[in-house]
Design a protein around this ligand. Structure first.
Ligand SMILES: C=C(O[C@H]1C=CC=C(C(=O)O)[C@@H]1O)C(=O)O
Length: 403
């Protein structure tokens, strides 16, 4: 699935399947990534690349991959980049890379399958009324023209009655959303945390949003923005999707993202195709507006990480203008985003790579899972509706956890 075929520590795709890779995934040791293009199991760590976005990340990664290729080692990095641009990434060049064709498709659960630990407590951070108050403060910033859009996120801390089995959670996520990019990335301990005795922290999720992909010369990005809750009744559900597609406020929120992404990709692309309007995409809990951008890279030296760095943070997770929105996020959100709303995926020595926006995810560790979700605030947004929208987004992980 990647363009590079040079390394000696890779297993041929024919010998394995996505579900075999999931079964082989080891907590705290391995990264799992599954997308429509294929599934990767990055086993063990040959090299840790804990670089922030703000360094010459594309150059540094390309150089390390080139050297690894020269030594006949795995020449692919896999992992996650945080939301904040100054914070180190959780990227690894694995000892062994296993690949399988196609995405992870998990058969229905059997009685023999171990059940996930039960969620016994949920604590929103901040409290729901404080989130609504933060949206009202954001609306005041939007009113005086300093900002056009800001995405405000909140967290929910879940406590379970036993350790969370991340492999079982991945299975549940893959069953729930067959179109998503599903991932599990072991994270470093938080600074100042005592050394982990038990299981460490794992970023785990099912992202519906492609930040960018580069395959050969083809550049793709599929920004999402604009949300409506799915409905149980099919007619109501179709009506909710149609209403979203017709919603002025959501189309405005979406257009801000597309405009910023087209501007960011422009210098890297020849012939960038931009559809005239958004389409609907569905996740199990939400409808979204989506626009598929496709172009050809203008320069053969461009890698997927050049594109990711040019795009991040898009106004689907930050806002517009980006710098003012990030300041507002810092001021209005009481919880650090960590690896939520960053990027997760892989890059290889040929320049190819695929990066999802790390949304619809949580950080699992021991008996807790911290979930995050955000909603785009623009003029005319309603604090109660934004709170409900973040709830709809959080529901994907809640549902996978059986909460
Ligand atoms: C920021 C999130 O979603 C983004 C993706 C789709 C729709 C969004 C929205 O309507 O605000 C967000 O931009 C999230 O899931 O936490």
């Amino acid at each position: 699935m990647t363009g590079s075929r040079g390394s000696t520590r890779e297993r041929p795709a024919a010998v394995t399947t996505p579900t075999a890779l999931l079964d082989a995934w080891r907590p705290d040791e391995d990264v799992l990534w599954s997308s429509p293009r294929g599934t990767l199991l990055a086993a063990g760590t040959a090299e840790r690349l804990d670089l922030p976005w703000t360094t010459d990340l594309p150059g540094a990664v390309a150089e390390r991959l080139r050297r690894a290729r020269g030594r006949g080692e795995v020449d692919v990095v896999v992992g996650a980049l945080p939301f904040a641009t100054g914070v180190p990434a959780a990227l690894v060049r694995p000892e062994v890379l296993h690949r399988a064709a196609g995405r992870l498709v998990v058969p229905p659960a059997t009685a023999a399958e171990p059940a996930l630990a039960r969620v016994v407590e949920e604590r929103p951070v901040p409290a729901e009324e404080d989130y609504r108050a933060a949206v009202r403060r954001a609306l005041r910033l939007l009113a005086d023209d300093r900002l056009e859009k800001v995405v405000l996120a909140r967290a929910v801390d879940l406590r379970t009655d036993g350790p969370v089995d991340v492999r079982a959670l991945l299975r549940a996520l893959a069953r729930l959303d067959e179109r998503a990019r599903v991932f599990a990335v072991p994270l470093p301990d938080e600074p100042g945390e005592p050394p982990a005795g038990g299981p460490g922290r794992t970023l785990v999720g099912a992202s519906p949003e492609l930040l960018c992909a580069l395959h050969g010369d083809t550049v793709t990005a599929v920004p999402l923005a604009g949300t409506a809750a799915r409905q149980a009744d099919p007619a109501d559900d179709a009506a909710a999707g149609a209403a979203l597609l017709a919603s002025d406020k959501d189309r405005r929120e979406h257009a801000i993202v597309v405009e910023a992404m087209v501007a960011a990709l422009g210098p890297w692309c020849a012939d960038l195709q931009v559809p005239t309007g958004p389409q609907l995409v569905a996740t199990p809990t939400a409808w979204h507006l989506a626009t598929r951008l496709e172009g050809r890279r203008a320069d053969a030296a461009t890698t997927s990480l050049h594109l990711a760095r040019a795009l991040h943070p898009t106004p689907a997770v930050g806002g517009m203008p980006a710098a003012a929105a990030c300041l507002a996020v810092e001021e209005l959100e009481p919880v650090d985003r960590g690896f939520y709303a960053g990027a997760v995926g892989w890059a290889d020595a040929s320049g190819d790579g695929e990066w999802a926006v790390s949304i619809r995810c949580g950080v699992a560790g021991g008996d807790t899972v911290r979930l995050h979700a955000g909603a785009g605030v623009v003029r005319g947004s309603d604090p109660a509706a934004e709170l409900a929208e973040t709830g709809v987004k959080l529901d994907l992980l809640r549902r996978a956890l059986g909460a």
